[in-house]
Design a protein around this ligand. Sequence first.
Ligand SMILES: NC(=O)c1ccc[n+]([C@@H]2O[C@H](COP(=O)([O-])OP(=O)(O)OC[C@H]3O[C@@H](n4cnc5c(N)ncnc54)[C@H](O)[C@@H]3O)[C@@H](O)[C@H]2O)c1
Length: 330
Amino acid sequence: MAFRIGIVGAGGIGHIHAAILAKDPRVTLQTVFDVDSARAQAMAARFGRQPARTLDELFKESDAVFVCTPNTTHEEVATQVLEAGKHVFCEKPFALNLKSAARLRDRAVKSGLVYQVGHNRRFAPVYKVLKSAIDKNELRPLSVHAKMNRGELVNPPWVWDASLTGGFLYETPVHMFDLMTFFFGKVDWVEVAARAHEHGELDDFSILLGFQSGLQATMKTFAHSSWHFPFERFEVYGKHSTYETFEMERISFTNGLETRTTTYDFSLATMHEKWGYVEEDRLFVDALEGKSPAPVTADDGYNVVELIETCYQSAREGARVHLGALVKKT
Ligand SMILES: NC(=O)c1ccc[n+]([C@@H]2O[C@H](COP(=O)([O-])OP(=O)(O)OC[C@H]3O[C@@H](n4cnc5c(N)ncnc54)[C@H](O)[C@@H]3O)[C@@H](O)[C@H]2O)c1
C-alpha cells in the first residue's frame, strides 16, 4: 500500500516536493495544509486532491509529512508532526538556535520515526562526484576554498528580515555548512570576520574553518552581489589535484601535473535533479520503506545549527571559537 504524504506549506519548495512525490508510485500525495487556505486549495487542486482544513485533519490522513513552512516555524510544526506519530521530512534550516535544535533533535531521536532534514545539495550530481572522489581516495583534500553568494535579499520579500530567517547564514549559506561537514568531517574551530551592509544584519562573511583532521577551508559569503554565475562554488585541492564545481551545473578536475582535465556537465538535467531534490525525496521514501536510514538526520541538522551559531559567536567576539564552546555555555 502506498505511503500517504501530507504537505504543510504550499509555497515554492512545497510545490517542488509535491511535483516530485507525485511521480513516485510508492506514495500518494494525500493532502495539503497552509495557513493561507487559498494556497492550500490551489496546490491540492493541481494534484487532484482536497486540502486539509487543519493540521490535525492532515495528520489523520497522512503517514508522513513534509514540513515546507518558513524557517521560524520548523521546530513547532515538526514537533507537532512527531507528536502525532508521523514521519517527518522538514526543510532546512533544522532550527534557528542551539536550544531549539537540541530540543528537536532529542524529540526526533526519541520518537523512533524517520526524520530527514532538507539538505538537498548532498544529492546534487556535482557534489556526489566530489564526495565519491573523496571517499575513494582519488582526492585527498589538503586545502579548500568555497563561496556562496546571493544576488540580493529582496525576493522573497521577507528574506532580508533576520527575525524571520534566523540571520543570513541560515538562508542559502546553510547548505555550504552542511556540505563542509559532509565532505570534510567534523569542524574543530572557526574564525570569522563579518560586516553589515544592508538591513542592519551581518551579510558579508569571511570564514576560516579548521577541521579535526587538520584541514583548513576558507569560505566567503555575501548577500548582495549579483546573480553573476557561478554564485556557488567549491575549489578543493589535493597534492597536484584540483576539483572545481561550477554551480550545480558541472564539475571539473585535474589529477596529476601532466594530464588532462575531466569535466562532468549536468546542465541538461532538470533543475529538480541537478539540485538534488529528486534523490533526497526518493531516499526519504526508501527510509519509510525501511530500505535504508534517512540520509540527513536530526543529528546532522543539529550539527549545522551549532556550526552556524559558532560562526556568529566568532564574528561577535572577533576571535577563534571551538565547536562545543557554545554547548558548554548553554
Ligand atoms: N532546500 C532548499 O533548496 C530550499 C529552497 C527553498 C526554500 N527552502 C526552505 O523551505 C521553507 C519554505 O520556503 P518557501 O520558499 O517555500 O517559502 P514560501 O513563502 O514560498 O512558502 C511557505 C508557505 O508556508 C505557509 N505557512 C507559513 N506558516 C505556516 C504554518 N505555521 N503552517 C502552515 N503553513 C504555513 C505560507 O502561507 C506559505 O504558503 C523555508 O524554510 C526555506 O528555507 C528550502
